[in-house]
Design a binder for this molecule. Structure first.
Ligand code: ADP
Ligand code: MG
Length: 243
């Protein structure tokens, strides 16, 4: 039986035909701090299909970043399984997890994490060239993406020469440069003022809708969360759907 067949048997059905892009099954994660054991995720379940945007809204320390890191194969859960496009990832060798992370998953963090000595366009070229695209192919896509995000006039600026909102839009372009299936954003507008946050969020949602990505955005901003397809929170280590 192939991985895909197995996943079809366990993934909750939304559309019988469709396998979720991300499926977290019974995910457990505990941290030990001195004598204390922190149960951050205890049986977390979450399925997200292509084209869906999910807001992850929970207080600081609830485990949002932990859930995103596990979903993005940056961390292993202690128990449970992470399916990406129906494929179980726990037993995959690190090299294959890295390949999936590079090709299928995009990340956006609260601070832009751009390489300071490279220009905006170079920051967007790099992940594509690491994946094996030619510089010319990568440049074409990079310029299209940056133009889509309203940054045609900023291609050759270094991060320090960009505003906070511009830096985050470059980070968005970089995250989707390899046309991932899943986009994970950890409080991507958390460092921006209200107006800029709104602008960056709109650009992000427009891109998500146009590309059919599945996305999780951790945010404290209920107004932004209300504009996404679904809202979930973390309660006692479990993912709970919000109205
Ligand atoms: P959030 O992103 O919702 O603020 P996190 O996922 O970063 O929450 O962290 C959840 C909890 O787990 C926090 O209480 C944090 O202190 C704890 N935690 C996170 N990473 C570690 C670690 N490496 N070691 C010990 N505790 C950790
Ligand atoms: Mg966090």
């Amino acid at each position: 039986m192939s991985d895909v067949d197995q996943a079809e048997n366990v993934a909750p059905a939304q559309d019988e035909q469709e396998i979720p892009v991300l499926y977290l099954q019974a995910v457990e994660r505990t941290y030990t701090q001195g004598d204390a054991t922190l149960h951050i995720l205890s049986g977390a379940e979450l399925a997200i299909w292509a084209g869906q945007s999910v807001a992850l809204v929970a207080p600081s320390g609830a485990g949002k970043s932990t859930l995103l890191h596990i979903s993005g194969l940056l961390e292993h859960p202690d128990h449970g399984e992470v399916y990406i496009d129906g494929r179980a990832t726990a037993i995959l060798p690190d090299q294959e997890r890295t390949r999936i992370r590079r090709n299928e998953i995009g990340f956006i963090y609260q601070s832009h994490h751009l390489l300071p000595e490279f220009t905006a366009i170079e920051n967007v070229l790099l992940p594509q060239m690491i994946r094996g695209l030619s510089r010319a192919e990568a440049r074409k896509r990079g310029e299209e993406l940056l133009a889509y995000l309203g940054l045609s006039g900023r291609l050759h600026h270094r991060p320090a020469e960009l505003s906070g909102g511009e830096q985050q839009r470059v980070a968005i372009a970089r995250a989707v440069a390899n046309a991932p299936r899943l986009l994970l954003a950890d409080e991507p507008t958390g460092n921006l003022d209200v107006h800029t946050a709104d602008h960056v969020f709109n650009a992000l949602m427009q891109l998500v809708r146009a590309s059919g990505l599945a996305t999780i955005i951790a945010t404290h901003n209920m107004e932004l969360a209300a504009r996404m397809d679904r809202r979930v929170t973390l309660k006692e280590g479990k993912v709970v759907e919000l109205p």
